[in-house]
Design a protein around this ligand. Structure first.
Ligand SMILES: Nc1ncnc2c1ncn2[C@@H]1O[C@H](COP(=O)(O)OP(=O)(O)OP(=O)(O)O)[C@@H](O)[C@H]1O
Length: 534
């Protein structure tokens, strides 16, 4: 069969190809000609971006003077001969410099870095190789570059970031399997630092990053929070959605924004009570002191100091401090009053609602019961055959949320067994402080952190979990006892500045909350003069 000729539009290709070549050459020529403009444009964009960042990082109170300086600079440039022209030339030069192509440095690992990565790869082989895998990702003497897709080292040559792939068969949904891999990575990447592990189960990838230390230089201060919010401490940037401005370590240091762990209390809170656990000296008393000082800004505070060490004595006689107890008798009487006060509030709120009236103000006024080391008092009560103080906490714990009564408890691990069931059941805001194992953290918070606990931690360092939220790293603000000789003058002044002015009469109690005003109430309210009071 004779071949039919192609349509002329398809057979006549030469003019088309020529047209394409011409267009390509023209585009290449144009990009060469306009290249400097592209560079300057890119540079201007970068300069504007940097300027914006700088502006948002400038504290609000400094923006006015900064703006003034800029305007004055521009005005003086306009007055200088050739000033605007020189300024334009300088700007273009700066933009050209900022917009230049930055070739990524050749980041192949050095010999020692490659050695570390290879060692890490080999250490993972027993955990990530599976018999019968036709193309194993992890195999002795295998190719580590196929498994580790991204890596970074710090200036000391230690691994600071690693993105590694793992086989699909790996049981990444099981906590023990994940923990084993994390342990290996931790051991091989260097102890003494904290690591964050992000398991991407969909992509079968694990990202390891070294976490920067949390700030330990934040002292007690008036934090910018709404009523009902308490700052427990500070955490990693990105772990929470907000930041609060804080003053620096010394009076001269500039304020900065840091991400806080904010605990919400009151009728709308789902975590109305707090339990903090830790080893001796881990900073649980400091946390309660910090909570008490913040609570005093909007409510009344009752302190029970089971350790009896007098670390809350500085609160005595301050308006809003209803009492500071450390003896068993005083504690029992105080907690009995607190239970009845909770009931009174509930009844009054109910009556008001039934009558279609607003809940009275004295019912809304938050009441805080702060108890340090209740297990000691429980032990003492059992020895003396008296009532367990923790039993009296049941009512505030069960009904406190509706009655604006908040309980914050701190205990050491050793005494945790003596914590009563209501304390365990109703304290949904949890903190664990000090050097801890992942098992300890899990036992207290109900979940393991995504980070490895460091061996050495400063006091006040730990983890917090609010309800069923994520486990957050936590650093409690330094809130030492101002009466302690070891406290620095800066910290002493910081704590004292937060205390309401001492009233004329020591330990005067607001009428609405004064238990002695209750004729049925059978104990003399302790105002700091009774022998059992701190
Ligand atoms: N967040 C913190 N920042 C700085 N120092 C802290 C912090 N928390 C605690 N400290 C210091 O650590 C020491 C122990 O703190 P704290 O008394 O609060 O611990 P604790 O857990 O109550 O232990 P203990 O029951 O043995 O007293 C104190 O010297 C305190 O000043």
């Amino acid at each position: 069969m004779p071949r039919r000729p192609l349509p002329s539009i398809l057979s006549n290709r030469v003019p088309l190809a020529r047209g394409r070549d011409f267009a390509r050459t023209a585009a290449d020529g144009a990009s060469d000609v306009f290249h400097p403009l592209f560079v300057i444009g890119r540079g201007l964009r970068r300069l504007v971006g940097a300027g914006r960042q700088r502006w948002s990082a400038t504290p609000r109170d400094r923006r006015g003077p900064a703006l003034c300086m800029i305007v004055m600079g521009l005005a003086s440039l306009a007055l200088v001969p050739y000033g605007p022209l020189l300024a334009l030339i300088s700007l273009m030069a700066a933009a050209a410099w900022a917009g230049r192509e930055r070739r990524p440095a050749d980041d192949g690992p050095s010999e020692s870095e490659a050695g570390r990565l290879r060692a890490l790869y080999e250490a993972l082989v027993p955990y990530l190789s599976f018999e019968g895998d036709p193309s194993p990702l992890y195999v002795h003497e295998g190719d580590w570059t196929a498994a580790f897709s991204e890596y970074e080292f710090d200036d000391d040559g230690r691994l600071s970031r690693l993105l590694m792939k793992y086989p699909v068969y790996f049981t990444d949904a099981e906590a023990p399997s994940r923990a084993r891999i994390e342990q290996v990575l931790l051991a091989k990447s260097g102890r003494g630092r904290e690591y964050h592990f992000a398991w991407d189960q969909e992509a079968n990838q694990l990202l390891l990053t070294v976490l920067p230390a949390l700030p330990t230089d934040i002292a007690a201060q008036r934090f910018v929070t709404a009523p009902g919010e308490t700052v427990l401490g500070f955490t990693d940037a990105g772990a929470v959605q907000r930041t609060v401005p804080v003053a620096g370590a010394t009076a001269e240091t500039d304020p900065r924004d840091v991400p806080p762990v904010v605990w919400r209390t009151g009728p709308r809170s789902t975590e109305s009570h707090l339990l903090a656990l830790g080893r001796p000296g881990s900073g649980t008393t400091t946390l309660l002191r910090s909570v008490a000082l913040q609570a005093l800004a909007h409510g009344d505070v009752l302190v029970i100091d089971g350790s009896g060490s007098g670390e809350y004595a500085f609160l005595l006689g301050r308006p809003g401090v209803l009492g500071v107890e450390c003896g068993l008798s005083g504690t029992l009487a105080t907690l009995e009053w607190a239970a009845r006060e909770t009931e009174r509030r509930l009844i009054a709120a109910n009556r008001a609602r039934q009558a279609g009236l607003a809940v009275p103000d004295d019912i809304r006024q938050p009441l805080w019961i702060i108890i340090d080391r209740p297990a000691t008092l429980t032990h003492l009560a059992a020895a003396e055959g008296r009532e367990d103080p923790q039993r009296l906490l049941q009512v505030p714990l069960r009904h406190g949320r509706a009655a604006s009564v908040t309980v914050a408890v701190a205990e050491q691990f050793e005494g945790a067994e003596l914590l009563s069931d209501p304390v365990r059941a109703h304290t949904r805001a949890r903190v664990v402080l000090g050097p801890t194992s992942p098992e300890d953290v899990r036992a207290v918070l109900g979940a393991t952190p995504e980070t490895t606990p460091a061996d050495q931690v400063p006091p006040g360092r730990g983890y917090a979990r609010l309800g069923s939220g994520p486990v957050l790293r936590l650093q409690v603000p330094a809130t030492p006892d101002p009466f302690d000789d070891a406290t620095s003058e800066y910290h002493r002044q910081a704590v004292l500045a937060l205390l309401p002015e001492r009233s004329a009469q020591l330990g005067s109690v607001p009428a609405a909350a004064d238990p002695s005003a209750d004729p049925d109430f059978g104990f003399e309210y302790r105002t700091g003069t009774a022998p059992e009071t701190v």
